[in-house]
Design a protein around this ligand. Structure first.
Ligand code: BG6
Length: 479
């Protein structure tokens, strides 16, 4: 596995720790080598200590085994190169030696503007063969047009089956459990449709700010960073039809159909159906944090959104008239990722307390699925209260440790299974829906609404649902 951007945050904080765990659990082939590639001039030994420092910090004392690390670091190597320079790829080819019948995974943990050059240079240097796989991190481009250009360049070098576009949300256990819940249980299928579902909420809330990623984030904003990929992927898994088989093509065919069925949000609709926000100074876990425009590498007049909420609509038979409310933001009160399926009320109310009728799928912080039902409070009289049938996936399976999404996805790449990766047309369909929203914001110059760090988002967020007589689910602890 060759990791371009080997000294970057993604490689050091996510990929290497995930590979360490896979090594520790005996899941990597004995011959597998991991070569980090970047411009900084490190010796292999320097790089190994850099990697060890980061992995120790990430993995924690109890899981970090120095002896095991030794074995892992024997797999590691470092090669100094500039990925934008064609000649450096000739040096790389020489360093790697013969490519004969060896699976090579090229992991592009770099900015997307390097994707096209890297693919082209790999080809020229003779490093792209039928055994190669290339892994791309989101965002794939910053618009439909740029994504198409990247996909076309990759397509001229690699077959689609060799391209793995990562969306790490698809590697999360509960996200996959959503498919198990829907397609391995008969219970929900008959009511999983407009006749019985009032609306769906998909929330991905973070307490983190932009950290050291100001440069990237200023170009992306929440809609490109989170909605175009993670939130739309979650929406697809909720809304898709049962695939014919659980294989890469069948699953992805169904997801594309959902993306294509999204009603475009253009022009005037942008005002009514979206809310943009940007955090101002506030407190997270009792600690003061600065406003977004005071973060490193952020313009102090920035109008990049750090929060977005959208009312989406899937226009097909199953979902006609059912709104999908999406929201995501940084520096919110709590880190949670949840999907709420709100079923319709009973047709005739017998009891004063109303009804719960909710299915909550929690991806983070803990993985659980709970069905909220009304039950009678013990004692005299029919006093009802909502109670939850609660499936905690960690305790149900007595897991020792939760796999990180990257562990699962890296193994899938190694095994050549692309079910949990985004296909070319899927990425493009997602941009096709997102582009007009961004354009609408620009046309109507919709500046992001301020919200204090540590809150639940801008005030206007409530109106999106309240005007339809609905409410956002409240995460415990949110204000
Ligand atoms: C990444 C985004 O894809 O996902 C980050 O670029 C975000 O901005 C992260 O913080 C959230 O991932 P998770 O797994 O922590 O919910």
């Amino acid at each position: 596995m060759l990791v371009f951007g080997g000294t970057g945050d993604l490689a050091l904080h996510k990929l290497l720790p995930a590979l360490y765990y896979l090594h520790r659990d005996g899941r990597l082939h004995a011959d597998m080598r991991i070569i980090a590639l970047a411009r900084s001039k490190h010796s292999s030994a320097d790089y190994k200590s850099l990697a060890e420092r980061h992995c120790r910090a990430k993995i924690g004392k109890s899981d970090f085994d120095p002896q095991c690390w030794q074995g892992f670091s024997d797999r590691l190597d470092y090669f100094t190169m500039d990925a934008s320079q064609r000649t450096d790829f000739a040096r790389l080819a020489q360093y790697l030696g013969s490519t004969e019948k060896r699976v090579r995974v090229y992991y592009l943990a770099t900015a997307p503007d390097l994707f096209e050059a890297i693919a082209a240079h790999l080809k020229t240097a003779g490093l792209a063969d039928p055994y190669s796989r290339i892994v791309l991190e989101k965002p794939i481009g910053h618009s439909l047009q740029s994504a198409q250009a990247i996909n076309a360049s990759l397509g001229s070098v690699f077959d689609e089956s060799q391209v793995f576009r990562i969306d790490h949300y698809l590697g999360k256990e509960t996200v996959q459990n959503l498919m198990a819940l829907r397609f391995a249980n008969m219970l929900f299928e008959p009511i999983w449709r407009a006749a019985h579902i009032d609306h769906v909420q998909i929330s991905v809330c973070e307490t983190l700010g932009v950290e050291n990623r100001g440069n990237y984030y200023e170009q992306a904003g929440a809609v490109r960073d989170m909605v175009q990929n993670h939130l739309l992927q979650l929406l697809c898994l909720v809304a898709m039809e049962p695939p014919v088989r659980f294989d890469a093509e069948s699953v992805r065919n169904e997801k594309v159909k959902v993306l294509e069925a999204l009603r475009p949000i253009t022009d005037q609709d942008v005002r009514d159906k979206t809310v943009r926000g940007q955090y101002t100074a506030g407190q997270i876990a009792g600690q003061p944090v600065p406003a977004y425009y005071f973060e490193k590498n952020v313009d102090n007049d920035s109008d990049t959104e750090t929060f977005v909420a959208i009312q989406a609509q899937v226009e097909n038979w199953r979902w006609a008239g059912v709104p999908f409310y999406l929201r995501t933001g940084k520096r919110l009160a709590e880190k949670t990722s949840e999907i709420l399926i709100q079923f319709k009320p009973v047709p005739h109310a017998l009891f004063a307390e109303g009804d719960a009728n909710q299915l909550l799928i929690r991806l983070q912080p803990e993985e659980r699925i709970s069905l909220h039902l009304m039950a009678k409070n013990p004692g005299k009289g029919m006093k009802l209260e909502p109670v939850a049938l609660d499936l905690n996936l960690a305790t149900a399976f007595k897991q020792q440790r939760r796999w990180d999404a990257y562990e699962r996805l890296l193994l899938d790449v190694i095994d050549g299974d692309s079910t949990l990766f985004m296909r070319r047309d899927e990425v493009e369909a997602a941009w096709r829906w997102v582009d007009p929203i961004i354009k609408g914001w620009q046309q109507h110059y919709q500046r992001p609404r301020p919200y204090p760090a540590g809150s639940s988002g801008p005030e206007q967020l409530q109106h999106l649902l309240e005007r339809h007589g609905r409410k956002w689910m409240q995460s415990p602890g949110s204000t």
